[in-house]
Write a protein that binds this ligand. Structure first.
Ligand code: ADE
Ligand code: ZN
Length: 344
């Protein structure tokens, strides 16, 4: 293993864009399906993985929702969340902000309580046993109705203390952020932070709309912002963090290959970029594999990798004192790896 790869492994980092349902590994999906008496339309893990050859976001979402159907009990959400947090911890993730899609479950008759209680209990246990911090972000499905999103928000109010923010995900094209203006206004009024997927498959206008109509604190993906120079300037001036997911972008055809990803230009134009895994069980890697892939494609130095990890803490929803404590751990790592950092 080369020195930079080892450095990536040791680097303390935060992950800010991970869908918990997207961390459902084939083995766990079959195990949970078996215990719940829910059969997946695949005869084996290998056959399931063979379906992970996506042409588009829509193509991926079909399999993502299909697999999510095995999740019905509180214990399932617990196992899924704990497995992700343990894996993230093994990659030196000190803090994770995890999306969850309640409507993908409540729409099938699963109680909202089972989803949030399972996730919350796993977060607490992982914090105690492993020391990993985490927060939960509830996403609305943008291809569902506004009324359904509003009902979901109302259901979430009883669990306000366990949900830091609301977000927007699922099929982007044809579902502009402005559709959810009222829902986000209500959410902000209730004290939730806000984020939204925008500029993944959708146009740069959707990124602008997420800023001006939803008043989001971060943009998830945002890679297509690069098609609009004025928008890039605005994002840079406002220091809006973008949670970029490089392996996801390649897997879903947002870019044709890693070398054509605009990441380097995004950084050069002053955008506040973080690196994340999106749906790690489907896209060939967790957060470290994403750092490794961009290091390899763009020849990033240890100092640039340190900068990306630092951004991940700065862009998080942690309290300022917690941010400072985690950044201090990042800096300790930098000090003890001075040789690698001075090498470039
Ligand atoms: N839900 C899970 N992964 C997603 C992605 N990459 N984009 C939009 N919605 C999602
Ligand atoms: Zn995502």
């Amino acid at each position: 293993m080369n020195a930079l790869r080892r450095f990536i492994g040791r680097l303390p980092k935060a992950e800010l864009h991970i869908h918990i349902e997207g961390a459902l590994e084939p083995g766990l999906a079959f195990e949970i399906g078996r215990r719940n008496g829910i059969a997946l339309p695949y005869s084996s893990e290998a056959e399931l993985e063979a379906a992970y050859d996506f042409e588009s976001l829509q193509d991926f979402l079909r399999v993502y929702y299909e697999l999510a159907q095995v999740l019905t009990e509180e214990r399932d959400f617990y196992d899924l969340t704990y497995a992700y947090l343990a894996r993230a911890h093994s990659q030196n993730v000190l803090h994770a902000e995890m999306f969850f899609d309640p409507q993908a479950h409540t729409g099938r008759g699963v109680p909202f309580a089972a989803v949030i209680e399972g996730i919350s209990r796993a977060r607490m246990d992982a914090a105690r046993a492993l020391g990993i911090r985490s927060l939960a972000i509830m996403c609305f499905l943008r291809d569902s109705t506004v009324a359904d999103a509003m009902r979901t928000l109302e259901e979430a109010l009883a669990y306000k203390d366990r949900i830091i923010a609301v977000g927007l995900d699922s099929a982007e094209a044809g579902n502009p952020p402005g559709k959810f203006k009222e829902v986000f206004e209500r959410a902000r009024g209730e004290g939730f932070r806000t984020v939204a997927h925008a500029g993944e498959e959708g146009p740069p206008d959707y990124v602008l709309e997420a800023l001006t109509e939803l008043h989001v604190a971060r943009i998830d993906h945002g890679v297509r912002s690069m098609e609009d120079e004025a928008l890039v300037q605005r994002l840079a001036e406002m220091k809006i963090p973008l949670t970029v997911c490089p392996l996801s972008n390649v897997k879903l055809g947002v870019v044709s290959e890693m070398k054509s990803h605009p990441l380097r230009e995004m950084i050069e134009k002053g955008l506040f970029v973080t690196i994340n895994s999106d749906d790690p069980a489907f896209f060939g890697g967790y957060v470290n594999e994403n750092y490794e892939a961009v290091q390899e494609a763009f020849g990033f130095t240890a100092r640039q990798l340190y900068g990306l990890a630092r951004n991940s803490f700065e862009a998080s929803f942690l309290e300022p004192s917690a941010k400072r404590a985690l950044i201090a751990r990042l800096d300790e790592c930098a000090t003890s790896n001075r040789g690698v950092l001075e090498g470039g």
